[in-house]
Ligand binder design. Structure first.
Ligand SMILES: *Cc1c(COP(=O)(O)O)cnc(C)c1O
Length: 223
């Protein structure tokens, strides 16, 4: 069995230039994160607020943290100011909450809009229609302290690679539709986060520039 450092290095050799790697460390102890840190990893992703806060507290300050899990409004306060990017904004209500709390805290919060295209009923996120409507109606212009940097999405959880690829291509198309609409005047809308341990190669092929990998680096999670 290879080490965390070895697996990180083999990933780095394979990931094309221009694609950033989030090491998804949820459910893994700080010792495992430190192993990745010592191997040079500085970008980590967590999905549960309490665990996120505890790890931010004890781990080195030059780590950048992405929050990637479903975020309840009553926990927004704990995440803003600590996360370099909240990848999982899944409702306008949450976005408004993040904006209000960011104003209150005097910080600017960077976020991705999570879009839902997968076949599973349970996944969070905006539908394509909701997301396009949000931008086309220019509701983003009312945000005071939140910067929308792009989109995050997941493919259906299936071994059928053509289905996974068509999900990624659909998410990428939504991203490009928004990004290339110059009349929106968006700045810094440049991040397309797609791809996990089992499907990141397909995601990169479809245009992802931010991949979120947990199991491959750290092993299976003990829930
Ligand atoms: C857990 C998680 C990942 C990592 O998944 P792996 O299959 O372990 O690589 C990526 N993205 C999100 C949103 C997650 O919750």
């Amino acid at each position: 069995m290879s080490s965390i450092a070895q697996r990180l290095n083999s990933l780095r050799e394979e990931i094309p230039a221009g694609v950033e790697l989030v090491a998804v460390s949820k459910f893994h102890p700080v010792e495992a994160l430190m192993e990745a840190y010592d191997a040079g990893q500085r970008l980590f992703g967590e999905s549960r607020v309490q665990e996120f806060v505890e790890k931010v507290e004890v781990l080195p300050k030059d780590i950048r943290w992405h929050f990637i899990g479903h975020l309840q409004t009553n926990k927004v306060r704990k995440v803003i100011g600590r996360a370099a990017l909240i990848e999982s904004v899944d409702t306008e209500h949450l976005l408004q909450y993040i904006d209000n709390e960011s104003v209150r805290a005097g910080v600017v919060t960077r976020v991705l809009m999570q879009v839902h295209v997968a076949r599973e009923e349970t996944k969070f996120g905006f539908s394509e229609e909701e997301l396009l409507d949000y931008f086309n109606s220019r509701r983003f212009e009312s945000l005071k302290a939140t910067h929308i940097c792009g989109i995050m999405g997941m493919a259906s959880n299936t071994d059928d690679e053509s289905l996974v690829m068509s999900d990624f291509e659909r998410i990428a198309a939504i991203y490009r539709t928004i990004r290339e609409n110059e009349s929106l005047g968006l700045r810094g809308f440049d991040t397309l986060s797609m791809g996990m341990s089992g499907d990141w190669r397909l995601a990169v092929k479809a245009g992802s520039n931010l991949i979120r990998i947990g199991t491959y680096i750290f092993g299976e999670r003990q829930y």
